[in-house]
Design a protein around this ligand. Structure first.
Ligand SMILES: Nc1ncnc2c1ncn2[C@@H]1O[C@H](COP(=O)(O)OP(=O)(O)OP(=O)(O)O)[C@@H](O)[C@H]1O
Ligand code: SF4
Ligand SMILES: [Mg+2]
Length: 376
């Protein structure tokens, strides 16, 4: 496969904006452009641009240059300093595909997941759901779209109202969105969903606290699928569970994906879990996307030094082989710098250029994207 190096605009690779080069090569002639043309980013932003339309049929969701900054008061000055929780990430997910999003605590995974569903308002960027620009949708239009995009939380207990019975929790969404009418239809719908997630119809009469952690996550999943969504953002859905239960919930998520044709953004800090369920994996570091590839390729051929460390840090049975884990400990976390590579203070391969020039996410072949000046 060709790389995107010849197709660039404004000095940045097309893949920075979430458009795999294979799509671009196929569709360039339709847009009256040739491979190798310099395409300006402003052209992609034009509403009717063929160049933008090209990718919309193939992807359920496309995210381009998404940013979410939080502003916190500083004790020492009146100036509010931004926390760049998500700092210009781009990716696309095809229908039926699972994209795993990994990275250590605080790198911006949850913020990214919530921003693309607009559960929190992004600072800037573009989000297309089935080709529709949802970044600028007003509250009412977003409310109508909401059933199509659901979120599964890490701690189902915190996200389940303890005063509501399971039947009310699972039936609430379909009722509010007028997908069902009347008591009988609601009972039927709730029973059907509970069975789909491995619970009993009678469980509808019980409260969340009467269930185990794994069962509570099943209730969270039941609530998410109750609205027949197409996209689910699952934020660490098994992290709070025992290892033996994790596998059951992962299998359930995979079964539902196949049965219902779901598309997932699967967030986790655990690469082993992400590998199990994902077709592709994206690695985040300090609000940026630093590597993205299909799961097998990422594990066989991690290109970014941070991904290499993450893979080496996967717990090993032999304690003598645990040396790399220390690299990931909190005390090694550097302060973010404004220029250069964010990983530079921790990178064993750092050179002078890394201190002054930020590496862009570029295609190193086979749609394996990496942001590093010195890919080995
Ligand atoms: N509401 C908020 N206000 C201010 N800062 C926030 C807010 N939410 C998140 N942050 C900050 O944004 C950064 C990213 O947080 P986020 O929760 O997205 O990380 P994460 O990768 O999901 O971490 P974890 O693996 O621990 O869940 C962190 O520095 C966090 O402190
Ligand atoms: S750009 Fe430089 S500092 Fe950053 S990961 Fe690559 S080699 Fe390391
Ligand atoms: Mg999180």
């Amino acid at each position: 496969m060709e790389t995107t190096s010849a197709v660039a605009f404004d000095g940045r690779s097309v893949v920075d904006y979430g458009i795999p080069c294979s799509e671009l090569i196929v569709r360039l002639p339709a847009a009256g452009r040739e491979f190798g043309d310099v395409i300006k980013y402003s052209e992609l932003k034009t509403p009717n641009s063929e160049l933008k339309v090209m990718a919309q049929n193939n992807f359920l969701i496309q995210v381009q240059d998404l940013k979410k900054y939080f502003y916190r008061e500083s004790f020492f000055s009146s100036e509010k300093k931004p926390i760049r929780a998500v700092d210009g990430i781009s990716f696309s997910i095809r229908k039926g595909e699972t994209l795993g999003l990994v990275g250590e605590s605080g790198c911006g995974k949850t913020t990214a997941g919530k921003s693309i569903l607009r559960l929190i308002e992004p600072t800037s960027g573009q989000i297309f759901f089935k080709g529709q620009d949802i970044f600028h949708l007003d509250r009412e239009a977003m409310r109508k779209l909401r059933p199509h995009m659901q979120f599964i939380f890490q701690d189902p207990y915190e996200s389940l109202n303890p005063r509501m019975k399971v039947g009310e929790i699972v039936g609430e969404g379909p009722e509010v969105h007028r997908m069902i009418q009347g008591y009988l239809e609601k009972t039927r719908k709730v029973s059907e969903i509970l069975e789909k997630v491995g619970l009993h119809p009678q469980d509808a009469q019980r409260y969340p606290h009467e269930f185990s952690g794994g069962q509570r996550q099943r209730i969270g999943i039941a609530r998410a699928i109750s609205l027949n969504p197409e996209l689910i953002v699952a934020d660490e859905p098994v992290s709070a569970l025992d290892v033996s239960i994790q596998a059951q919930i992962l299998n359930l998520l995979m079964d539902l994906r196949d049965q219902l044709g779901l598309t997932y953004l699967f967030i986790s800090h655990d690469l082993r879990i992400v590998k199990h369920i994902s077709n592709r994996i994206a690695v985040m570091y300090m609000g940026k996307m630093i590597e993205m590839a299909n799961s097998e390729d990422l594990f066989k051929r991690p290109l970014h030094p941070y991904t290499q460390v993450l893979l080496k840090a996967i717990p090993k049975l032999d304690p003598s082989q645990r040396r790399e884990e220390t690299l990931l400990r909190e005390e090694h976390r550097p302060m973010p710098s404004d220029q250069g590579c964010l990983f530079q203070p921790r990178c064993p391969h750092s050179r002078e250029r890394c201190q002054t020039e930020e590496p862009l996410l570029l295609n190193e072949g086979e749609d394996h994207l990496v942001a590093c000046h010195f890919v080995s």
